[in-house]
Design a protein around this ligand. Sequence first.
Ligand SMILES: C[S@@+](CC[C@H](N)C(=O)[O-])C[C@H]1O[C@@H](n2cnc3c(N)ncnc32)[C@H](O)[C@@H]1O
Length: 414
Amino acid sequence: MTTLTAVNADSADEATVAEALRVELVDTLVARDTVRSSPVEAAMRVVPRHLFLAGEPLTVAYADEAVITRRGDDATPLSSVSQPSVVATMLEQARLQPGERVLEIDTGKGYNAALLARLTDPAGEVVTVEIDPGLVTDARQALTAAGYPNVHVVCGDGEYVAGDHAPYSLVMVTVGAADIPPAWVDQLTPDGRIILPLRVRGLHRLIAFERADGHLVSRDIQVFGFVAMQGEGATPQRTLHLGGAQVRLVVDDSQPADATVLGQALTSSGHIVWTGVSLSGAERVLPHLDLWLASTLDTYGRLHADGDHCGLLGPTLPAGSSTTWEQDSLAYLTVRDAPGSNSTGGYELGACAYGPAGDQLAARLADQIRRWHREMHSGPGAVIRAYPAGTPDDRLAAGRVVDRRHTRFVLAHV
Ligand SMILES: C[S@@+](CC[C@H](N)C(=O)[O-])C[C@H]1O[C@@H](n2cnc3c(N)ncnc32)[C@H](O)[C@@H]1O
């Protein structure tokens, strides 16, 4: 028979092991420079992540991995306990002070809400909104068990948000969004900031926005993907299957693209324009190039090829290749070992062209790759601005405009 003493001994052991694993995890995040400030470090050292992952082994709770906790009927992840390094990155972007009022869009199981409560303590306030009632119940229980019973967990669609505790100096969104609904901006203090994982032109970026003269401007842009928002704000992307299930073009927004004619283009004989731009394997600059191409090319999407080349002339990249198209022609970014690199990991960028206008498209893509390398490769990078929908064109900063229901995003480089 299990005695009370044995149960207590077991949970004492569990708490000790959990703490040791947590120390190890946070030490790693500090060593990697993901955790940089002492308040974030202190919060991550005390908030017991395993209490938000009941039933999971402690080693899972303290691995630097997202843990999927809900899936849709087609197995698409709907909810997760976010990856500790992503949580840390967002908290560092937030630069929270004690006493702040924070609105979190999307509670999940409540792990990040506990960290927010810890960082705003004393006298701060955390409101967190979750669309899934089952998760609301789980989160309330876990937050109480972890010692944060004062977090307000609201069940509802984060697109709208009940405004009982507004204004907030921070709105932190922990679900992939394609827009910024008015509720988030309207409830923000004049010097407030919004941190959100934004999908723009098919690219996923974690952005810290600040207010600037009637709009929001990015202060920091990182590369991270999140599970997608549900409810009224859900903004699906289109996946065009180009001549079979293995080659897919993912297209955001309402850009015109016809799967049949683009699929036919891929059956024509293509060719590759090599750019002469070579990068070393150690440089993690392709996400910067992607954002440059997304802001300079008139049509922009991501081409994915499952399996080995799928009959394409050049490989696509593991996270998809920047692609531009026009009716029955397309060009996408490809790579080959850099000439003379002798397998040191250096690679050259190129543009694969297909279809009657493939030459022009590939030339345009190659030109932009060369221009980025010349002007932007070591530069300060992209700036993304967010204006309310309806802002006239002549009030927007220069750049690529991406219109969404509530927001006019402008992508530019400084
Ligand atoms: C990545 S999880 C949140 C992670 C969580 N903040 C944590 O600390 O680990 C994203 C959550 O967003 C929720 N969600 C999706 N769309 C929503 C919406 N429109 N309003 C509120 N919650 C939403 C999902 O149910 C899911 O639980």
